[in-house]
Design a protein around this ligand. Structure first.
Ligand SMILES: Cc1cc2nc3c(=O)[nH]c(=O)nc-3n(C[C@H](O)[C@H](O)[C@H](O)COP(=O)(O)OP(=O)(O)OC[C@H]3O[C@@H](n4cnc5c(N)ncnc54)[C@H](O)[C@@H]3O)c2cc1C
Length: 389
C-alpha cells in the first residue's frame, strides 16, 4: 500500500475543470474572514427577510457542501463518488424543527432513504440527528432527570416508537444508521436510546451507531464502559468518533451557568483522546464496528497505519473513515484509492432548510485555523498540475 494524502491528482480526479475552479473560488472566499463574515451575515439577513437568495446560495456554497435539494437531485453526486469507491452516508440536512408534523416528515424521509440505500451498494449508511425526530427541550428535561408530564410522556413514547421503526427498517434493509452526537446537555437520553436500539438490532451486524465527541473529558471512559456493556449483552458496539462541533457553545454555557466545562482544556488533549478512541476500538474489532469521522490527517493516517501494521483487511467491514462532502477530498479519495472504506457525509435538502448547516460549515471552516489554507493549497496545486493557473 502506498498511501499519501498529498496526491492531488487522485484527490480531485472526480472534479472536472469547472468544478475544480468553483471549489477553489469557494475556499478562496472562505479563507478571507471579512468576505466570509459579510457573506454569511448577508445570507442570514436575507433569509430572515424572505429575500429570494436561494439561487445565489445554491450556485455557490450549497453546490460545494450539499448533494442537492432532493434525493433524486443528489443521485449524480452519489454515483460520481461511487465511481471512485467512495461511499455515501446520506444525511437529510433539515434540522431545528419542533412540530410533530415535521418530526413525522423527517421519519418518513429517513425510511425512504433506507430503501434507497438498500438498492445502492455505495450507500451503506444514513445519518440522523435525533433532534430532527424529537423536541430538544424534551431531551433536555430527560437529561436533567425531571419527571415528565403525561403529555410529555406520550410525546416521548411517540418518538421512541418512531425511532425504533426506523432502526427496524434499517435492520430489515441491511443499512446502517449513524446517530449524531449533539450538545452535552441533551446527550444522556440520546446515548441511552441508541444503546437500547443497538442491544436489539446489533446482534449479528452493526446496524445502529452512536457518536462520541472526544473533545469531552469523559468520553474515553464512557466509550470503554459502553464497549464492556455491549460485550456483556452480546451485541456489536457501533460507534462513530468525532472531535466535536459545539466547542464554543459548550464552554460559553458552562461559564455562564457556573459548572466545570466538559471540554478538554487544549486541542492536544482532544487529539490524544481521539487517537486513543481509535486504538481502543481497533483492539476489539470482533466486538466493535467504528468510523473515524475526521478531517485530521494525523488521526486518519494513524488508523491507516494500524490497519496496515496489524495486517488487517484494508476494507474490513468494521472499520470506516468519513469526511464531510466538499471537504478534505485529499483524505477520502486517497484512502479509497488505496483500498480502505472511505466515504462522505452527504447532506441534502431544500436550500432554505439546510442553511443552518451551510452557515456552520462556512463559520467552522473560517475558524479552524489552517484547514482552509490547507484545502486552498491542495486545490491550487491541482489547478497548477492541470495548467489552469
Ligand atoms: C463524517 C463526520 C461526521 C460528524 N458528525 C458529528 C457529530 O455527530 N457530532 C458532532 O459534534 N460533530 C460531528 N462532526 C464534526 C466534528 O465533530 C468536528 O467538528 C470536525 O470534524 C472538525 O474536527 P476534525 O477531527 O475533523 O479536525 P481537527 O481540525 O483536527 O479538529 C478540530 C476540532 O478539535 C477540537 N478542538 C479545537 N480546538 C480545541 C481546543 N482548544 N481545546 C479542545 N478541543 C479543541 C474541536 O472539536 C474542533 O472542532 C462530524 C464530522 C465528520 C467529518
Amino acid at each position: 500500500m502506498s498511501l499519501s494524502f498529498d496526491n492531488t491528482e487522485i484527490a480531485f480526479r472526480h472534479l472536472n475543470d469547472k468544478d475544480l475552479k468553483h471549489a477553489y473560488r469557494m475556499f478562496w472566499a472562505m479563507n478571507r474572514p471579512v468576505l466570509q463574515k459579510t457573506g454569511s451575515g448577508f445570507t442570514k439577513w436575507a433569509i430572515k427577510l424572505h429575500l429570494p437568495v436561494n439561487s445565489i446560495v445554491k450556485h455557490f456554497i450549497f453546490r460545494q457542501f450539499c448533494g442537492g435539494e432532493s434525493l433524486i437531485e443528489s443521485i449524480p453526486v452519489i454515483k460520481n463518488m461511487a465511481h471512485y469507491k467512495v461511499f455515501t452516508a446520506l444525511d437529510y440536512g433539515v434540522e431545528g424543527k419542533s412540530r410533530e408534523a415535521d418530526f413525522r416528515n423527517t421519519a418518513r424521509v429517513m425510511i425512504r432513504n433506507i430503501e434507497f440505500a438498500h438498492s445502492n451498494e455505495f450507500v451503506p449508511f444514513i445519518s440522523c440527528k435525533l433532534t430532527g425526530l424529537v423536541r430538544f427541550a424534551l431531551l433536555q428535561k430527560i437529561h436533567d432527570n425531571i419527571t415528565l408530564t403525561d403529555t410529555e410522556q406520550k410525546e416521548w413514547d411517540r418518538f421512541y416508537h418512531r425511532f425504533k421503526q426506523i432502526c427496524q427498517k434499517a435492520a430489515d434493509e441491511n443499512t446502517a444508521i449513524f446517530v449524531d452526537a449533539e450538545e452535552t446537555w441533551i446527550q444522556k437520553p440520546i446515548d441511552r436510546i441508541v444503546h437500547e436500539m443497538m442491544a436489539i438490532f446489533n446482534k449479528k451486524k452493526a446496524i445502529v451507531f452512536n457518536t462520541v465527541q472526544m473533545y469531552c473529558t469523559d468520553r474515553l471512559e464512557f466509550l470503554r464502559q459502553s464497549i464492556e456493556e455491549a460485550k456483556a449483552k452480546a451485541y456489536i458496539y457501533g460507534i462513530k468518533m468525532v472531535r466535536g462541533a459545539y466547542m464554543d457553545k459548550e464552554r460559553e454555557r458552562a461559564a455562564n451557568m457556573h459548572y466545570p466545562s466538559p471540554i478538554h482544556i487544549s486541542k492536544e488533549a482532544t487529539d490524544k483522546d481521539y487517537d486513543a478512541s481509535i486504538k481502543l476500538c481497533f483492539d476489539q474489532l470482533e466486538n466493535v464496528a467504528f468510523c473515524a469521522a475526521t478531517h485530521n490527517e494525523n488521526s486518519s493516517a494513524y488508523l491507516a497505519k494500524l490497519i496496515e501494521e496489524h495486517q488487517v483487511q484494508l476494507n474490513h467491514p468494521h472499520i470506516y473513515f468519513a469526511q464531510l462532502f466538499g471537504m478534505s477530498d485529499h483524505i477520502t479519495y486517497n484512502l479509497a484509492a488505496a483500498g480502505f472504506n472511505a466515504g462522505k457525509y452527504l447532506p441534502y435538502g431544500p436550500v432554505r432548510e439546510v442553511m443552518p448547516y451551510l452557515i456552520r460549515r462556512s463559520e467552522e471552516n473560517t475558524s479552524v485555523s489552517g484547514q482552509m489554507g490547507r484545502e486552498l493549497q491542495l486545490l491550487r496545486t491541482e489547478m497548477m498540475r492541470r495548467k489552469l493557473l
